[in-house]
Design a binder for this molecule. Structure first.
Ligand SMILES: Nc1ncnc2c1ncn2[C@@H]1O[C@H](COP(=O)(O)OP(=O)(O)OP(=O)(O)O)[C@@H](O)[C@H]1O
Ligand SMILES: [Mg+2]
Length: 476
């Protein structure tokens, strides 16, 4: 019998995220949005626990908790609230609720609290089932930076505010745009994506706004633009930083007036779509250089959502890696597991290509692994031979790239927890300094110049690392 949780939450996106997390831990979740539904469900059957929001459509979840207590005196209750005022916290604790979670809360902590309240300390069924439950959730990640993103997403679901999604390549900008569409009120309408970087400059306006027959050479028939196609839904303007300046001007005009005109046309068409724009470029320098219109920037960035680089949320790497393995299996590749040590090694990679790179690596591992369990050796094999996550500027490293060398060092050195950073730096500094000293025949001033660091810094580090510069003077 799975432990059952009753969730009273009127914010659909929060309910979705919590449900996925609880189901991943093996709970069954019944969810409702109002006090009336809550009482109806409570009358029908017992629940192991109730999670409740405070501000509900038909009243206050705390003020009405007396009826719940009367019906189910022993059922633990956890209160979630966006009103993290002292007053709400006090009222929550007055009810004798097991826990009070001010929003935004840490999802993992919430799941843990549910487990404790129900009295199942061991309910930690990670690995495979976890993946399956996460399948329905478009955006994987429970780290603090991702919760900030989730929170921003939830704020734009019930309105049509223009959203600008920022972040490095491969961080999930398109996925966020899709999530906003799917979870929002325009989900029944179309999701239309336009990639400004992929369309020839002279066709961009016709692509966005459409054209009338004969508007320009080659316009043999009337064409409906993306703005019109997206009517009732969401228009995703991808790579907005690459949009030519004339098109920017027309786009701005369209956004300001709420109307578009087909190229060569006279009829004005009223816009009816939510706009989500995205770019992996830093728009500020482009604005400064006159390549991106500042007024357009402010039009688009009504709600900016900044996606963290994967290296800034290493906590999520393991869950993402497992998620992609189960995706790979769903697409017909062999089903693989990931060992704990393997997950740790993955979490240490720089992931310059972010989630996209991790996804590609996991698919490749699923395909190439000889074993059902992907562990350190498999990963090192791949990293060594193909230079996964290899920075482009690395040249002439014979051992298959810096990452292979690093992995080899790590396996041998096994630095204690808390010392990894210092020891890794020392391990890389030594050959670097030796190279610089060898190249300058032990001349510390010139070695420092070559490295681009202060001579005193070099001297200090050499002595800390016990590197003797004298040793290199002999080589002249
Ligand atoms: N949080 C996430 N959970 C699961 N999959 C993700 C997540 N973020 C990104 N992905 C996956 O990673 C890949 C890259 O994501 P996406 O295309 O959205 O990146 P992007 O930010 O638009 O990159 P670019 O700037 O290069 O266009 C996709 O396959 C996407 O499904
Ligand atoms: Mg993209």
């Amino acid at each position: 019998m799975p432990k059952s949780v009753l969730m009273v939450e009127d914010d659909a996106s929060i309910a979705l995220v919590i449900t996925a997390a609880l189901e991943a831990e093996g709970y069954s979740v019944s969810s409702c949005e109002s006090i009336a539904e809550r009482d109806r469900l409570l009358a029908k059957g017992p629940f192991s626990l109730m999670l409740t929001d405070v501000m509900l459509t038909d009243g206050d979840g705390i003020a009405t908790i007396g009826t719940v207590r009367e019906q189910r005196p022993d059922m633990p209750i956890i209160i979630l609230s966006a009103q993290n005022t002292l007053d709400t916290a006090v009222r929550a604790s007055d009810t004798g609720a097991f826990e009070y979670f001010p929003k935004p809360f840490d999802l993992e902590e919430l799941v843990r609290a549910v487990g404790q309240a129900i009295g199942s300390g061991d309910g930690k069924g990670i690995d495979d089932d976890d993946d399956e439950a996460l399948e329905g959730l478009p955006l994987v990640g429970r780290s603090a930076p991702m919760q900030t993103v989730f929170r921003m997403i939830t704020r734009v679901l019930r309105n049509d505010l223009t959203v600008l999604v920022l972040g490095e390549s491969g961080t999930g900008k398109e996925l966020v745009a899709e999530a906003i569409h799917q979870l929002g009120s325009r989900a029944r309408g179309p999701f239309v994506a336009v990639n400004a970087a992929a369309i020839p400059h002279d066709l961009i306006e016709s692509e966005l706004f459409g054209h009338e027959k004969g508007a320009f050479t080659g316009a043999v028939a009337r064409r409906i633009g993306k703005f019109e196609q997206a009517s009732g839904g969401t228009l995703f303007l991808d790579e907005i930083g690459d949009m030519p300046i004339d098109a920017q001007t027309r786009l701005l005009r369209a956004l300001q007036s709420g109307r578009v005109r087909r190229v060569g046309g006279t009829e004005e068409i009223t816009l009816d779509c939510r706009i989500v724009a995205a770019t992996n470029r830093d728009l500020m320098p482009l604005i400064a250089a006159g390549q991106f219109r500042e007024d357009l920037y402010y039009r688009l960035a009504v709600v900016p959502i900044e996606l963290p680089a994967l290296r800034e949320r290493r906590d999520d790497i393991e869950a993402l890696a497992r998620h992609f393995l189960s995706r790979a299996a769903a697409e017909g590749l062999p089903r693989r597991q990931l060992s704990a040590a393997g997950a740790e090694l993955l979490a240490q990679q720089p992931w310059r290509g972010n989630v996209r790179e991790l996804r590609n690596v996991m698919f490749r591992l699923a395909l190439l692994s000889r074993d059902d369990v992907i562990d350190v050796a498999t990963i090192e094999g791949l990293f060594g031979s193909q230079g996964v996550s290899e920075p482009a500027q690395t040249t002439g490293n014979p051992a298959g790239g810096i990452h292979a060398a690093f992995s080899a060092w790590l396996a041998g050195a096994k630095p204690p927890v808390g010392r990894l950073y210092d020891e890794a730096l020392a391990a890389w500094e030594r050959p670097l300094f030796e190279h610089a000293l060898a190249a300058t025949s032990g001349n510390q001033l010139r070695a420092a110049q070559l490295l681009g660091i202060n001579r005193n810094t070099l001297r200090k580090r050499l002595s800390e690392l016990s590197v003797d510069p004298e040793q290199f003077t002999a080589r002249t």
